[in-house]
Ligand binder design. Structure first.
Ligand code: 6PG
Length: 486
């Protein structure tokens, strides 16, 4: 029987993420952790394997809830979707006003908004929180992105701060905003993660195909890059992945892994919501589509004989180092665009859903613990500290200078990839976005003309206010009109 009301925090769902989070919580001074899992065997195994944690284990919801001190606080770590709703309803039917239900899974933020709206009239707090860092992060210190009410954060904040990763002395957790803000920001984190991974993969592919270097040699290049401005967890693990040799065949492991990338869906959500918000997150979108394309086996097989460039492309040995440096610069510039686009989506989401998201604080809590942790997040935090209303990240002085220094390389790399027939959707779309941003005039004017021609959708003029429609088929004169509803 669990001790009565002795735990200050509980965890429901003890698969790897939940178990590790519970162990992390238990290892911190002042926490007593209640644990519960639908199948009790898992609970017993966890408790047996980790006596040092002093878990308060329960085998029923009644006992679990009774084991929690007030205000009761429980973190749900089950698979996102219906399973989460079932656990929420079990807890909500036993919790009292002031108690806190936390969903720590990768939930869709629209679900989080709905759940919060359903639960808050009961006086129980519902907090959707992003938790990043995988299994290792959950155990040793993740980056944590809680939403929900400010009131709930008074209780929850110190508990989460006790287990979060630490970056430059600061715990990687902040109250992101109300209701679904935490899961929204975690979603965008994952979108950036997709872009970062795809960009690194494109850099690898270009170097390998252009210079003929082996995966192990490219691992050394990534390890070297990881000592400079590209320093990040994803670059670090890429070097390790490339260095890995397959035990069965003796081949580089990367050569025996099937080239079809999976996806659980958070990247697609980032793009779907960017479309809804009208935010051009093209680098992230290309990264999601690159995974989709990789999995279209039948289409790829049907297309292998489609014509490519007539000449075979190779970088001269004497130019290899310069080419690799170009790729590094292209990667850095494209990465800046990916983060800039991600922050754009956060700004648009905050505006749409009424969240007071502090961009600089988000950059700070991503500096450690999470998958996209990177040295240059300090620069993003500084950019937003210098100018909290920065209209787009890439124009902040540091990033402007970084892209100015990289852009010639970036253009050479994108040109080489087009000429050689090596697909670089994320590099190329990031450059196109950059050039679109800086263009003083875009061909969107022609698109407006086309729209007005076939649908009388109207347009605005550069030289006078008002909304206009041209009588295209008649005397081609122009009439001032009210905006079309088409
Ligand atoms: C993290 C990761 C984690 C996971 C995602 C993405 O922040 O710890 O983003 O949430 O890796 O599920 O996985 P997919 O690549 O399968 O979408």
């Amino acid at each position: 029987m669990p001790a009565s009301a002795s735990a200050n925090i509980g965890v429901v769902g003890l698969a790897v993420m939940g178990s590790n989070l519970a162990r992390n919580l238990a290892s911190r001074e002042g926490n007593t952790v209640a644990v519960f899992n639908r199948s009790p065997e898992r609970t017993r195994t966890l408790v047996d394997e980790h006596p040092e944690a002093g878990f308060v284990a329960s085998e029923s919801y009644d006992d679990f809830v009774a084991s929690l001190a007030k205000p009761r606080t429980a973190i749900i770590m089950v698979q996102a979707g219906k399973g989460t709703d079932a656990v929420i309803s079990e807890l909500a039917s036993r919790f009292e006003p002031g108690d806190i239900i936390v969903d720590g899974g990768n939930a869709n933020f629209h679900d989080t908004i709905r759940r919060e709206a359903e639960i808050s009239p009961t006086g129980i707090h519902f907090v959707g929180t992003g938790i990043s860092g995988g299994e290792e992060g959950a155990l040793n210190g993740p980056s944590i992105m809680p939403g929900g009410s400010a009131e709930s954060y008074e209780t929850l904040g110190p508990i989460l701060a006790s287990i979060a990763a630490i970056a430059e002395g600061e715990p990687c957790v902040t109250h992101v905003g109300t209701d679904g803000a935490g899961h929204f920001v975690k979603m965008v984190h994952n979108g950036i993660e997709y872009a970062d991974m795809q960009l690194i993969a494109e850099a690898y592919d270009l170097i390998r195909q252009g210079t003929g270097k082996s995966p192990a040699e490219i691992a050394d290049i990534f390890a070297e890059w990881n000592t400079g401005e590209l320093e990040s967890y994803l670059i670090e693990i890429t070097a390790e992945v490339l260095r890995q040799v397959d035990a069965a065949t003796g081949q580089p492991l990367v050569d025996v892994i099937l080239d079809e990338a999976g996806a659980k869906g958070t990247g697609a959500w980032t793009v779907q919501n960017a479309l809804d918000l009208g935010v051009p997150t093209s680098g992230i979108a290309e990264a999601v589509f690159a995974r989709s394309l990789s999995s279209k086996r039948a289409q790829r097989e049907a297309s292998v004989d489609l014509p490519g460039p007539s000449t075979t492309w190779a970088v001269d040995a004497a130019d290899a180092d310069a080419f690799i440096e170009d790729v590094r610069q292209a990667l850095y510039a494209s990465k800046i665009i990916a983060y800039s686009q991600g922050f754009d989506e956060i700004i648009a989401g905050a505006e749409q859903f009424g969240w007071d998201v502090k961009k600089g604080d988000i950059a700070k809590i991503w500096r450690a613990g999470c998958i996209i942790r990177a040295r240059f997040l300090n620069r993003i935090a500084e950019a937003y500290a210098d100018d909290p209303s920065l209209v787009v990240l890439v124009v902040a002085p540091y990033f402007r200078d970084a892209v100015a220094g990289a852009q010639e390389s970036w253009r050479r790399v994108v040109a080489a990839s087009a000429a050689s027939g090596i697909p670089t959707p994320a590099f190329s779309s990031s450059l196109a976005y950059y050039d679109g941003l800086r263009a003083p005039r875009l061909p969107a004017a022609l698109v407006q003309g086309q729209r007005d021609f076939f649908g009388a959708h109207t347009y605005k003029r550069v030289d006078k206010p008002g909304v206009f429609h041209t009588l295209w088929s008649g005397d081609r004169s122009e009439i001032e009109t009210t905006p079309s509803s088409h």
